[in-house]
Ligand binder design. Structure first.
Ligand code: NAP
Length: 492
């Protein structure tokens, strides 16, 4: 079993606490590695290292910083199989998705690396003679990157890659459930040539290390992905210091199937959207809104496929769904199943923890399908597990109304062959990401990603937003007229 230290100022060093925690396989309970429980003092040391490295790093030309990211992507490609297996072993998603997690990280690094030769600003005409106006992009400073466990390689890369390209220094605090994936990533950046002090890894409790990062005056901005309640705590903590915060939070995503949809395609999409990553995706389809004319037929097709799902060792390529990521995730899922039963939803499949030799050491639960009324807790609260609520809709307007009837707004999908309905749905669905004839999951990194309502604070990651998140705009005026010229102040 490996024992890791914190990565601060280019060296792996123990935490001042001397205490450690284990990262374990959700499949077998096996301890995979031990990590330090960081302290506010460790955070302070990492901030000083980051501040010390910032000046030199920001002066490295952006295309050179991009080359380091290209090299990191190359290393990652070579190690993709091993990294994907690690995602699966540490977090529990099936191996095809573990590899997908790593591929998304590679895609992000390559996309952002190319931005090193663009990083566009604006040049616009001045209203005055012989005066030049432009904007340039500058680093924000020291970024606190706080990440969840469900995409333990991809989500850190959505933050670290553009932050590095932007010339920032970073304090990286990964989820305590997936520090090993984080450490492997940091090793890759180190090997690719990120200078000492620019990227620092501090593991430990969110309530200690995460909080210390948020409240440290030397950390300029926070980029956070995780749950709503943590997001609110971080937002409030950072407000005291007027610190910019980027929040990517939860979802309760609807998938609408209209009466004219290609049903086979739709049900295939529902299966992937609802049960991929055991429902532990911020974009998981947790509500299926079915038009009443195809309700019975669609329901039958769905249940037939759910019954056929293979659940087990996520490293086995024939398995469709692995374990939940942790004991806490398992318990939360089972609690919500009880809530659904108590509030009168009809459980059509699943509902129990899986038992038996194959399952006893892991956090396995059956995929579960409820027939529910929109408004029940299981239809409005994020479960983050393989629990699908099926909701009946009278017509298009009813379906859109039910889809929007939640506090979240990350992703939404509609299956229909009617182009008019499709475009109307695109306009009316309250979500940051909308899919037509595809499930609620499957974003691509070259497009902005994020949500409305309680899913965030109005910002986006990735795509054209990636560089904006991690750079400041500086507006520059250069007057080469040789005389004092006054904007807006005119003779007549
Ligand atoms: P979480 O409990 O909110 O934790 C996220 C991160 O915040 C972890 O690193 C955690 O550290 C840290 N943290 C906890 N308390 C903190 C505090 N007081 N101050 C600063 N940091 C703190 O979320 P999770 O369970 O890891 O992830 C699941 C959630 O993430 C779901 O709600 C899901 O929808 C959301 N998510 C959203 C997106 C998106 O892009 N919108 C993507 C993926 C996931 P510890 O692990 O040490 O507690």
């Amino acid at each position: 079993m490996e024992t890791y230290d914190l990565y601060v100022d280019g060296t792996w060093r123990p935490s001042e606490s001397g205490e450690r925690f284990d990262t374990v396989s959700p499949m077998s309970g096996e301890t995979l590695a031990r990590f330090p429980l960081g302290t506010p003092g460790d955070v302070d040391r990492a901030v000083r290292a980051a501040r010390g490295a910032l000046d030199d790093w920001r002066r490295v030309p952006a295309p050179r910083r991009g080359e380091i990211l290209f090299e990191a992507a190359r290393i990652m490609r070579r190690r993709k199989q091993k990294l994907g297996e690690l995602v699966t072993r540490e977090m529990g998603k099936v191996i095809s998705e573990g590899l997908g997690d790593v591929q998304e990280a590679i895609d992000m690094m390559e996309y952002v690396a190319g931005e090193g030769r663009r990083m566009q600003g604006e040049t616009v005409p001045s209203e005055l003679t012989d005066k030049f106006c432009m904007t340039v992009r500058e680093p924000v400073g020291v970024i606190g990157a706080i990440t969840p466990w469900n995409f333990p390689t991809a989500i850190p890369c959505w933050k670290l890659a553009p932050a590095l390209l932007g010339g920032n220094a970073i304090l990286f605090k990964p989820s305590s459930l997936t520090p090993l994936c984080a450490a492997r990533l940091v090793e890759i950046f180190e090997e690719a040539g990120v200078p000492s002090g620019v990227l620092n890894l501090v593991t430990g409790r969110g309530s200690v290390v995460g909080r210390a990062i948020v409240e440290h005056p030397g950390v300029t901005a926070i980029s956070f992905t995780g749950g709503v309640s943590t997001g609110k705590t971080i937002y409030a903590g950072a407000a005291e210091l007027l610190k910019p915060v980027h929040l990517e939070l939860g979802g309760k995503n609807p998938l609408i199937v209209m009466d004219d949809a290609m049903l086979d395609l739709a049900i295939e999409g529902v299966m992937f959207g609802a049960f991929g990553t055991a429902g532990q995706r911020c974009t998981a389809a947790s509500r299926l809104v079915l038009h009443e004319d195809i309700y019975d037929e669609a329901m039958e097709m769905l249940l037939e496929q759910v019954e056929r799902m293979r659940i087990g060792d996520p490293l086995d390529p024939d398995v469709d769904m692995g374990p939940m990521a942790s004991q806490g995730q398992l318990e939360k899922t089972l609690e919500y199943i009880d809530v659904g039963r108590d509030e009168g939803a009809t459980l059509r499949y699943g509902g129990d923890r899986l038992r038996g030799e194959r399952y006893d050491d892991g956090f396995f639960v059956q995929p579960s399908v409820f027939e529910a009324e929109q408004g029940m807790r299981i239809t409005v609260e994020e479960i983050f597990g393989p629990v699908l609520s099926v909701i009946r809709a009278r017509d298009f307007d009813d379906a859109i109304g039910k889809a929007n009837d939640v506090d979240y707004g990350l992703s939404a999908s509609i299956y229909t062959r009617d182009v008019t309905r499709a475009f109307r749905a695109i306009r009316r669905l309250e979500a940051g990401v909308v899919y037509v004839n595809a499930p609620t999951i499957g974003s691509e990194i070259q497009l902005p990603f994020g949500g409305v309502k309680n899913t965030g604070n109005g910002l986006r990651e990735a795509g054209s937003a990636a560089i904006r998140e991690f750079t400041e705009t500086k507006t520059v005026f250069i007057d080469y007229s040789g005389q004092l010229q006054k904007a807006q102040i005119r003779e007549s």
